[in-house]
Design a binder for this molecule. Structure first.
Ligand code: C2E
Ligand code: MG
Ligand code: MG
Ligand code: MG
Length: 280
C-alpha cells in the first residue's frame, strides 16, 4: 500500500506545483494591469527616534489588492515583477507616490521627516537610476537627503565587486542608502566596512533570541565606529524597545511603535497630527 500512498502524494504534489504555476502566471498577468487599474497602494510605517520620541522617518511598503487574487504580499508581487520586467515601472510609481506623500508627512508632523523606499537590486544595473531619483526629488521639491533607498544585504554584497558602485553614486549625491535585513546574509560583519551605505537596518530575527544581546552590542559598536546610522526593525514590545534603546539603538521600527498604515490613517489621527510624537 506504500506505493499507492506514495503515488497519491506525488499527484497531490504535482497538482500543488501546477496550482502554484497557475497562480504565478495569473499574478504576472494581473500585475501588468495593476498600475492602470489603480490597484497598488502604499502603507507607511514610522521609524521612531527614541532620543526625541518623534517620528524620524517613514518606510513605504507596497500593497496590492486584486479582485481575482485578493491581497498579494509585496514579496510575491515584487518577485513576479522582477521576472516580468514590470519592476521598473512599479517602483518608479512607488518612488513617485512615496515622495508625494512625504510632503504631506512633513506638513503633518515636522519638516525633518524623511522617506525610505525599498528598491529591487535590479535597479542597480540601470545607469539612469541616480538621474531618475534626482528628477523625482526635484519634481516634488525635495532634497536628496530626504530620501533613503533600502537595499537588502545580499544585493549590496554583490555591489562591492563593481568598480563604479551604484551605491557610491547614490550616496555621493546625498541620497541615503540603508542595508535592509542586516544580519540575515553571510559574512555580513566582515564585509560591512566595504559597503558604502549610510544606514544599517538590523533584521528583526535578532529580537527573537534573547541571547542576541551581545551580538546586538557588537553590531552597534561596529556601526558607530564606521560612522553609519543604526536602526532596528521588528520591535513588538515595550521591553524590546527599552532594552534596545539602552544598547544604543535609538532609531526603532516595529509594530510596537506603529504598524504600516495608509496615509489616510495619519491624516485622521488627531493626536499624531498635533504633537508629532508617537504614543510610545
Ligand atoms: P522589509 O523592507 O524588511 O519590511 C519590513 C517588513 O516587516 C514589512 O512587511 C513590515 O510590515 C514587517 N514588520 C514591520 N514591523 C514588524 C514587527 O514588529 N513584527 C513583524 N513580525 N513584522 C514587522 P511587508 O510590508 O509585508 O513587506 C515585506 C517585504 O517586502 C519588505 O521587507 C520588503 O523587502 C518588500 N517590499 C515591500 N514593498 C516593497 C517595494 O516597494 N519594493 C521592493 N523591492 N520591496 C518591497
Ligand atoms: Mg525595508
Ligand atoms: Mg527589513
Ligand atoms: Mg524583509
Amino acid at each position: 500500500h506504500a506505493k499507492k500512498h506514495g503515488k497519491k502524494q506525488w499527484v497531490q504534489y504535482k497538482t500543488g506545483m501546477e496550482n502554484n504555476q497557475k497562480r504565478l502566471s495569473v499574478i504576472a498577468q494581473q500585475l501588468s494591469f495593476a498600475l492602470t487599474n489603480k490597484e497598488l497602494s502604499l502603507h507607511y510605517q514610522p521609524v521612531i527616534d527614541y532620543s526625541t520620541g518623534k517620528i524620524a522617518s517613514f518606510e513605504a511598503l507596497l500593497r496590492w489588492y486584486n479582485d481575482e487574487l485578493g491581497f498579494v504580499s509585496p514579496e510575491e508581487a515584487i518577485s513576479v515583477a522582477e521576472e516580468t520586467g514590470l519592476i521598473y515601472e512599479i517602483e518608479n510609481w512607488v518612488l513617485d507616490q512615496a515622495l508625494h506623500d512625504l510632503l504631506i508627512f512633513k506638513d503633518l508632523f515636522h519638516t525633518n521627516i524623511t522617506m525610505a523606499v525599498n528598491l529591487s537590486g535590479l535597479h542597480l544595473v540601470n545607469p539612469n537610476l541616480v538621474d531618475t531619483i534626482l528628477y523625482m526629488l526635484d519634481k516634488h521639491d525635495l532634497q536628496p537627503h530626504d530620501l533613503t533607498i533600502e537595499l537588502t544585504e545580499s544585493v549590496l554584497l554583490t555591489d562591492v565587486n563593481h568598480s563604479n558602485s551604484p551605491i557610491n553614486a547614490l550616496t555621493s549625491r546625498n541620497i541615503k542608502v540603508s542595508i535592509d535585513d542586516f544580519g540575515t546574509g553571510y559574512s555580513s560583519l566582515a564585509y560591512l566596512h566595504t559597503i558604502p551605505a549610510t544606514t544599517v537596518k538590523v533584521d528583526k530575527s535578532f529580537l527573537e533570541n534573547i541571547n542576541s544581546t551581545l551580538t546586538l552590542e557588537c553590531i552597534q559598536r561596529l556601526v558607530t565606529d564606521l560612522s553609519m546610522l543604526n536602526l532596528i526593525e521588528g520591535i513588538e514590545t515595550r521591553e524590546q524597545a527599552e532594552l534596545l534603546n539602552s544598547l544604543g539603538y535609538h532609531l526603532q521600527q516595529g509594530y510596537y511603535h506603529g504598524r504600516p498604515k495608509p496615509i489616510s490613517y495619519y491624516l485622521s489621527a488627531d493626536t499624531h497630527r498635533q504633537s508629532g510624537v508617537c504614543d510610545c
